[in-house]
Structures are given as structure tokens and as C-alpha cells.
Design a protein around this ligand. Structure first.
Ligand code: GLU
Length: 396
């Protein structure tokens, strides 16, 4: 039986939502709506060190502004909750233990000093930053090198430990990416990633697989930066749930700025927004500008995002959200990076402003003016907005 279509956007609440993040939301949303499926937002907050206050609220505010609201989330409810990974902490341990029991993972008791020593001792010219992997694991302090009795005693005594995946030697693991086609990895280049941390929290690798399974995710769309993690996830799917249960995957192309991957710094340097809405970082007190505050209409924002990496095969560029729901296809997303061009973004906004009637524009314009200290009457404002649309007639 075909799986019900269930997709998810899985942000970590670590800061503002940049263009790439909102585009991931959009492609998930379009795919879900097109297939009468369910769009889920799951908050991946297992890394307590990177947690930023206010980031979760900000993400939901952005989705609301852009008109891309999920069907299930910590805010919208649903039958597969809780939707915040920190609230699911207790359920990951059993999967980690199962992996250990079946020989696919092991307990590692190395202290931070042991790990530092490892990085120094095994450093060579060819391998300047050695990883905890199959060449090194047998030289470390873990349940593969200790006797079962020693391991049991350490666990019994509550010794701090992590659980690491035991990457198999000499295996090719592969999957079919909806955008990139068949992708293959050699396990020799994959390290023994931590699955469960010393504080009992899962890492992203374990949590993403367990939750995609428990939430019955049919398709997982995420940024290209996650491609190197794919072999770890494929192995976990194979060991825990069976590879036939794995969602179909697509790794979305990077968004490129003037110099490589588009970054927050590009925004500040070149004076364009890279976040959906203004983001005030509570830690650094730094403000990153957003499209909303720059006067972009949500319709224009959604339209320009959709075209960052996708087209319908024609020259057409202007789409409403509903038209995108009909036209979108993941197979037509390009694998190569998509260049962000602010002039083009402004052109989209201009087209959308032209399409929107003056009365609807009056509210956001009034707010922008009020923010700048200018107060206007509605009818006068509507008349002024309309001027742009009317050709100036030569006076007779
Ligand atoms: N939590 C990951 C992130 O912040 C999600 C990656 C995924 O969708 O699997 O991007």
C-alpha cells in the first residue's frame, strides 16, 4: 500500500529563518498540498547549547506571514506529538540500546581529554583532523575494547558515556534522491557518529531517523548540507526499521550569494535581506533584516522563493501559491546551486504590487509609513497608491 503523504520541516531553533530554510518550508508545503498530504513542523531542539530563546516563536511567525502554516506542529497539535524533540527525550534511549545489543553501535566512555589526545596522537599530514572511525575505534575506551564485565561495571556506576554508531567496513550505501538520482557512499569515509549524548539527549542523526519513522514521514526534503549525513541515516534505517520504511529523500540545492553560499554576512555587506522577517538575536543583539520589513508582499516572497531552484519548464515566472501547488514538481528542482539576485527579487515584488489592489496595499503601506512617523488618512493613501497604476494623461 502506498504510504500516506506526510512531509516535515524540521528546524533547529537556533536563530532566524534564512531564505534556504523558508524555501525548504515552501517545497514541503507545495508537495503536501499537491498530494492532499500533511505538512508537519517538528522542532529539533536536542542541542541545548545552540538553543536560542524566541527562535521557535519567530519560525512560526514567519510561516504565518508567508501563508505556509503546517497541519501538525507543537502549536497546531496532531496525533503524532510531541513535536519538540526535547519533549521526546525518553523514547530515543531504547533505540540506541537496541543498536548496541545488535552490534550496530557501542558505548564510548572517552573523556574530552581522551578525544583531544586522540586528535593529537593520530594527526598526520594526510589526515590532519582524525575522526573517531573504524581505523581508530579499537584504540579508544569503549565497549568494543573493554570486556563485557568492565563495560557493565562502568554503566552500573553511571559513568558518563555516549553511544556511537559502528560504521561497517567496506560497504557501499546508496539511495535514490528525487533531485540528484542515485547517490552512493563508501562507508570508509564515514566516522562513528555519536547517536546518544552523555546528557541522554539523542543527536540529530538518531532523532531524525526515529522521528521520521514514528511520525510516518513519507518524504523528507532538506538542504544539500545534509547529504554527507545520508549514509549514517541510511544505515540507521536499515538497522532499526528496515530500508523499505525509509522516506523518499530530496536534498535541495544551496542558495548562492555573490560569493558562494548565501550567508547572513552577505545581507549585511550588500544591503539585502536574507531572513524572512527581521531577527533580533537575543545573544549577540545583532539585527538581521527581513523581507517583510523591507516591504515585500508575502505573495511575492513565496513566488520568488519557489523560482530559486525550480521552474515549470517554460519561461513563466509569476505564480500564485495555488498555481504553484498545481505546477510544482520535485523532479524539476535543479541539483546545482540557485543564485539569489536581489534586483530580481525586487522585480517580483514590483509585479505583485501591481497585481494587488490599492485598498489591500493600504494596510501594509500605512504601517510602513507609521513606522517612519508619517500618519495618513486611508482614502488619501489609496488615491496616492493608485497614481502609479494610472498613466499620467497629458493635460489638455
Ligand atoms: N534539524 C535539521 C536542520 O536544522 C533538519 C535537517 C532535516 O530536515 O533532516 O536543518
Amino acid at each position: 500500500m502506498e504510504k500516506k503523504i506526510r512531509v516535515r520541516f524540521a528546524p533547529s531553533p537556533t536563530g532566524g529563518l534564512h531564505l534556504g530554510g523558508v524555501r525548504t518550508v515552501l517545497y514541503n508545503y507545495l508537495f503536501a498540498k499537491q498530494n492532499k498530504g500533511t505538512f508537519i513542523v517538528r522542532i529539533e531542539d536536542t542541542d541545548q547549547n545552540r538553543y536560542v530563546d524566541g527562535a521557535e516563536d519567530y519560525i512560526f511567525d514567519c510561516l504565518k506571514w508567508a501563508g505556509l502554516e503546517p497541519d501538525e506542529s507543537p502549536r497546531h497539535g496532531g496525533a503524532f506529538g510531541p513535536y519538540r524533540q526535547s519533549e521526546r527525550k525518553a523514547l530515543y534511549r531504547e533505540y540506541a540500546d537496541k543498536l548496541v545489543a545488535e552490534g550496530h553501535a557501542y558505548y564510548a566512555f572517552d573523556t574530552p581529554e581522551d578525544l583531544e589526545r586522540m586528535r593529537q596522537d593520530f594527526k598526520t599530514d594526510e589526515n590532519p583532523s582524525p575522526q573517531y572511525d573504524l581505523t581508530i575505534r579499537m584504540k579508544m575506551r569503549n565497549s568494543l575494547t573493554l570486556s563485557p564485565e568492565e563495560t557493565a561495571a562502568l554503566l552500573q556506576a553511571g559513568t558518563r558515556h555516549v553511544v556511537r554508531i559502528k560504521i561497517p567496513e567496506n560497504r557501499q550505501v546508496s539511495f535514490h534522491d528525487m533531485i540528484r538520482g542515485d547517490v552512493q557512499f563508501d562507508t570508509r569515509v564515514v566516522d562513528d557518529k555519536v547517536l546518544l549524548k552523555a546528557d541522554g539527549m539523542p543527536t540529530y542523526h538518531l532523532a531524525v531517523v526515529v522521528d521520521d519513522y514514528l511520525m510516518q514521514i513519507s518524504h523528507a526534503f532538506r538542504g544539500e548540507e545534509w547529504l554527507p549525513s545520508a549514509p549514517v541515516h541510511i544505515l540507521l534505517w536499515e538497522y532499526l526499521f528496515g530500508i523499505d520504511q525509509m522516506p523518499k529523500w530530496a536534498h535541495l540545492p544551496l542558495i548562492l550569494g555573490p560569493q558562494g553560499k548565501l550567508s547572513k554576512r552577505d545581507g549585511a555587506k550588500y544591503g539585502f535581506p536574507v531572513f524572512a522577517m527581521n531577527w533580533n538575536d537575543p545573544k549577540t543583539k545583532e539585527l538581521t533584516e527581513g523581507f517583510r520589513e523591507k516591504g515585500f508582499l508575502p505573495e511575492a516572497f513565496v513566488n520568488l522563493l519557489a523560482l530559486l531552484g525550480w521552474n515549470d519548464g517554460s519561461e513563466r515566472e509569476i505564480f500564485t501559491k495555488d498555481e504553484l501547488v498545481d505546477a510544482f514538481s520535485m523532479e524539476r528542482v535543479h541539483a546545482a546551486g540557485a543564485r539569489f539576485d536581489y534586483e530580481k527579487a525586487k522585480w517580483f515584488n514590483h509585479e505583485w504590487i501591481k497585481k494587488t489592489d490599492a485598498a489591500a496595499l493600504a494596510t501594509p503601506v500605512k504601517k510602513l509609513l507609521a513606522d517612519a512617523g508619517v500618519h495618513t488618512a486611508d482614502d488619501a493613501l489609496i488615491n496616492v497608491i493608485n497614481v502609479e497604476e494610472r498613466p499620467l494623461l497629458p493635460s489638455s
